[in-house]
Design a protein around this ligand. Sequence first.
Ligand code: GTP
Length: 215
Amino acid sequence: MDRPPRKKSSMNNVPVDFSFTVMLLGDSCTGKTCVLVRFKDGTFLNNNFISTVGIDYRNKIIPVDGKQVKLQIFDTAGQERFRSVTSAYYRDADALLLVFDVANRLSFENIRNWLGQIKDFAKDNVMVTLIGNKCDLAPQRKVTIKEAQELAQFYQIPYLETSAKTGQRINEAFILTARRLMQQSMGTKADKSQSGVIDLVTTEKTWGQTCCYEA
Ligand code: GTP
């Protein structure tokens, strides 16, 4: 499989100020592809589960704090049999969105294993965010917000609950990641609300006010 080129300056003649690689990781069927499709196209792949084979990627340019930020987003297969292929790409990632399904207990319990994989294969300073996806499935929930927050707090990573189905917090997950990466790359320390565990209630904001460029 060919690796996509890493462009630093522009895409489709849209000048960019920053360019980062973000990777989606997590168990199969947690919704990684749907999260990416929702962010990229604003749509939801309902009842259409086609497991990712190996790795795929999409590009998107988003405005963040007055800067144009290109995100090259890799969607990895969650199935174990692709692990040796996908782990070879971890080192390319500036940030990782580690996804579990709030209605699937095992996918949450596997998060520690994923963090072990990240430690083994990703860059030391890779920026990790824990994502509890499918939060629209409230009646089927098997993981409480509190225990997910505690796990995130233990590893000092932000936690966000998303729904690719409704779109809840999908843009926020990527914008937050882009902002933290910009701050890291400019050598400025992220403020407390962006470097610690996200308070799910008080940080609710509208992120959809900006337009995005397609790759
Ligand atoms: P792999 O490619 O095997 O790693 O799976 P994946 O993590 O990419 O999962 P995918 O995005 O293909 O979604 C799996 C199933 O979950 C699909 O049937 C989706 O419709 C469903 N799904 C994804 N996100 C959500 C969500 O936020 N809410 C609900 N209710 N269903 C979702």
